[in-house]
Design a protein around this ligand. Sequence first.
Ligand SMILES: *Cc1c(COP(=O)(O)O)cnc(C)c1O
Length: 396
Amino acid sequence: MIEISERIKAIPPYIFAQIDEAKAAAAERGIDIIDLGIGDPDIPTPTAIVDEMAKAIRKPENHNYPPYQGTPAFRQSVARWYKSRFNVDLDPNSEVLSLIGSKEGIAHACLSYLDAGDVALLPDPGYPAYQVGVLIAGGEPVLVPVTEENGYMPDLEAIDAATLEKARIIFLNFPGNPTGAVASDEFFKSAIAWAKKHNILIAMDLAYSEVYYDNEKPKSILEFEGGKDVAIEFHTLSKTFNMTGWRVGMAVGNQTAIQTLGKIKTNMDSGVFKAIQDTAIYALDHYEDFIPEQNKLFQERRDIVVEGLTRCGWDITPPKASYYIWTHIPSNYSSAQKFAIDLLEETGILVVPGTGYGERGEGYFRISITTPTDRLREAMKRLETHNVRFRETATA
Ligand SMILES: *Cc1c(COP(=O)(O)O)cnc(C)c1O
């Protein structure tokens, strides 16, 4: 018999199993499924970036082990990008670390800063990798509500003293998955002061900083005074350049936090393929060639969904950033899961029930716009033809 570790047993059951089953069953019945579930771009990595990889892969000097913290050239390019994009100064030698995607950084961050029983504060609803990372590290996840009323920014002052005493880290994610929320300047400033006061590390997940609309650029917490004293920030090329499969990202910010994470990583992995780092340098140095065009496409798609749902009676505030439209399930439903399954069976449209991101996601669902534009239009048309309405219209 194989004994399974307690840390593996602690991982909650896969929340989307029932949805996957419903999807497979619908496909079997011949239903044409439009998958608005997963947040993985349908558009390929820009050709110029792929061409750079084709060159980099042929260089023999790229074929051996990379420096674990990232090549000096990669770290310098991250510092250049932060200066150009956020006007933040980073020391490439001590404040930048390469990652095998930000999910890797998040998981290893939990091992770096948490001992058994230490509390990690996590947004609910939020990206599920935080909770799993904390559980694997033996930490205690404490969920902090992020509610529509508060613009999906956590009320840090509402966290009780006993929890704060045991808390070592808080994960924050703006622009947010699943909510698409962007944090206010006031929130960043008060979070920095709060973290200083309670000696808590802020782990800022900035995966969606480059998916934004109406030219309103999301901010880095390091833009704010004292940010570097309390925060480590994770960014990734996954969403920024449609490079989810390439596995490259970076952690930046507080020197001690970066060095500590680096120490874990030296012992757990051996860094990012140097050809991919070379390619990442090219992408970061040319980001202005790609981002505006990409965001124009995503904005068109966002608007198709916002308009489609509005026609069906939803009252939607268009998200300012991210791939996601996060909104209420129809008023005649009380279960997000039930709505998602009914919708799939009736219309072939797959959305994610809000409960996939935490208990406080109940009553909501998420649409991802990482699907071809004509399919999104088709999905919105189907909502109308199948008479999916936010409120059931009163009959005379
Ligand atoms: C997609 C996503 C990530 C993971 O990105 P990788 O760099 O591909 O690991 C991290 N955080 C959030 C909120 C995401 O949605």
